[in-house]
Ligand binder design. Structure first.
Ligand code: HEC
Length: 199
């Protein structure tokens, strides 16, 4: 019953109540449902694995607000799609079908139940088939690989994410000033009008 409740409450836990205490004890690995992530911001896409997979990573809005150098806030969810891929005529890997969906969920005090020496901060893990059915996995394998990344909040592509995002975040200040050269050059009278609006 507890498990059912947590699954049903997952969406609302993630939406508002990151602490999860409203729903009883913090969820453990494998207890959360697969989130509905398709409309979320992307984190990194098209990560090619030579073994014949392509991975796309999403992050929810809470996670996307993090700034470089910070840990992700409670309520962050990271989703990694793992696609099968095969080489096309030109030798380039192309996605075929979605094979698995791996998820990391962060909430205050979550993950505390992980075995000693296997803790990854406040993150818990989930693994699903393409249609959202939970997979039977040994979650300590997830922890084993992610655990050493404590200085990157346990996320593999932490640096790449923030570096990529910075370059996509829109024009630099200098660029903006150029685009608005007309505004900058406007006369004092106009400026008075504009500042009336601003107030
Ligand atoms: C063999 C090591 C390894 C294991 C085991 C592993 N991961 Fe990862 N995980 C990675 C790597 C490496 C990445 C970065 C993506 C890439 O380059 O393939 C990653 C990325 C992720 C991401 C995207 C966020 C990030 O760290 O960039 C999630 C979510 C994730 N893994 C969940 C899981 C879950 C859930 C499990 C267990 C079912 C798991 N991982 C097991 C190595 C591992």
């Amino acid at each position: 019953m507890k498990k059912l409740l947590i699954t049903a409450g997952a969406a609302s836990i993630l939406a508002g109540c990151a602490a999860g205490s409203m729903f009883g004890p913090a969820p453990k690995d494998g207890e959360m449902a697969m989130p509905n992530y398709k409309s979320w911001p992307t984190y990194l896409t098209g990560i090619e694995k030579p073994d014949g997979h392509i991975r796309d990573i999403y992050i929810n809005e809470t996670g996307a607000k993090a700034q470089k150098g910070q840990a992700f806030a409670n309520g962050t969810v990271s989703v990694m799609e793992i696609y099968k891929a095969s080489k096309d005529g030109s030798g380039k890997l192309q996605k075929t079908e979605l094979e698995k969906v791996f998820v990391m969920y962060k909430g205050k005090g979550w993950g505390a139940s992980a075995p000693e020496g296997m803790k990854t901060g406040d993150w818990v893990f989930g693994a699903f088939s393409a249609n959202g059915q939970p997979l039977k996995v040994d979650y300590n394998t997830c922890r084993g690989c992610h655990m050493p990344l404590s200085d990157k909040d346990f996320m593999f592509h932490y640096d790449k994410y923030f570096d990529t995002r910075a370059s996509l975040d829109g024009p630099s200040y200098g660029e903006l000033m150029k685009q608005h050269a007309g505004l900058v050059a406007m006369n004092a009278q106009d400026f008075g009008k504009v500042s009336n609006y601003i107030r």
